[in-house]
Design a protein around this ligand. Structure first.
Ligand code: MRU
Length: 336
């Protein structure tokens, strides 16, 4: 059994002057890399879920911007097309702002910056892994949602990074992964990543969480985030809010793991976060096969907001905020 906390999964790769993205829509049964040569192609890949997960979206957008700079294309247009790809993960806008703030159209300079954003994310994940693992007791079970691993980030992962680090420290006995309808990131991606690393995992239907919490009482629910507002409210994959309510009811602890690139300190609360609404066909069908009656209506919010009061700890690369408040969030964010 591997006790290493180093994931081998590579989802984002710069090669031969192109951006290559592992196609996450077809994992785990097919492994194919999609080549992006322009910002517009990168934006399509983000919108269509070839690459997903807040930090991975930000990193990909930075490379997409560099692609257009290297080809001498209009960078205002590159910014616009990338910014319109998905609305909720703030890492996208953070990365584009960081690229644009260099105020240059030099492709090599912008490529170097994209590589730096990528590298910094990997470092942040390893730091968060250690911080988060320090909160976990020995020999426990944990529950996670969606996919927050190497696939969703530059490498290692946020919530899954904490799980990897805590498992390597011998603390975690078993992981429960919620399947995460409708895209099944838990079933297709998290279960696969954990099995690659020989970390014991059981997959659960999203609707089984409350029963599992009552029967097994995992010590922590550990999730990632797409946007965290100034008061500590957290937007994350749809279903996260229900898990937080259920965790509170069962006396379990709730941990959010995200780099400070996921903080949006300009928004006072989660009520202001734009929530992506995705096509209803993602709910009425599964992998292209119609399940609901033809013509059935559906709603498909991709994210929900968990109020700060349900969160025990927000783990970042700068440290941990326990029982988040506006003051505690600002203190951590302003740390150097
Ligand atoms: O729609 P997705 O798959 O991009 O949603 C991903 C999530 O909600 C993750 O939990 C979040 O981005 C954190 S990833 C480290």
């Amino acid at each position: 059994m591997s006790q290493s906390s180093q994931s081998q999964v590579v989802a984002i790769e710069w090669r031969q002057q192109s951006l290559f993205l592992l196609d996450q829509r077809v994992l785990p049964h097919e492994h194919s890399m999609i080549e992006c040569k322009t910002a517009a192609e990168t934006a399509d890949a983000i919108r269509e879920m070839v690459v997903r997960g807040a930090p991975a979206i930000g990193i990909s957008a930075a490379y997409g911007y560099a692609l257009d700079a290297l080809a001498g294309r209009d960078l205002a247009e590159a910014y616009k097309v990338l910014a319109e790809s998905r609305p909720t993960a703030v890492n996208l806008f953070w990365a584009l702002e960081r690229m644009a703030s260099l105020n240059t159209s030099d492709g090599q300079t912008l490529l170097a910056e994209a590589r730096k954003i990528h590298e910094e994310d990997i470092q942040a994940n390893h730091t968060m892994g250690q911080f988060g693992a320090s909160l976990i007791s020995d020999g426990v079970q944990v529950y996670t949602h969606c996919n927050t691993g190497a696939l969703a980030t530059g490498g290692h992962g946020t919530a899954l990074g904490v799980i990897r680090s805590a498992f390597a420290d011998g603390k975690i006995q078993h992981v429960y992964a919620g399947e995460t309808r409708p895209w099944l990131q838990g079933a297709r991606l998290t279960a696969w990543e954990l099995m690659q690393d020989d970390i014991p995992v059981s997959l659960v239907c999203d609707g089984a969480a409350a029963q599992l919490f009552r029967a097994e009482k995992p010590e922590w629910v550990i999730v990632g985030a797409d946007r965290i507002t100034a008061n500590g409210d957290v937007a994350n994959k749809i279903g996260t809010y229900s898990l937080a309510v259920n965790a509170k009811h069962h006396g379990m602890k709730f941990m959010v793991v995200a780099p400070t690139t996921t903080f949006d300190m300009e928004l006072a609360s989660g009520d202001l976060i734009p929530i992506e609404q995705r096509p209803m066909q993602e709910v009425t069908s599964i992998q292209g096969k119609q399940i609901a009656p033809e013509g059935c209506n559906a709603i498909n919010p991709s994210f929900d907001v968990t109020p700060a009061e349900l969160i025990d700890a927000i783990v970042t690369e700068k440290g941990i905020v326990r029982n988040p408040t506006t003051e505690a969030m600002a203190e951590l964010f302003n740390r150097s």
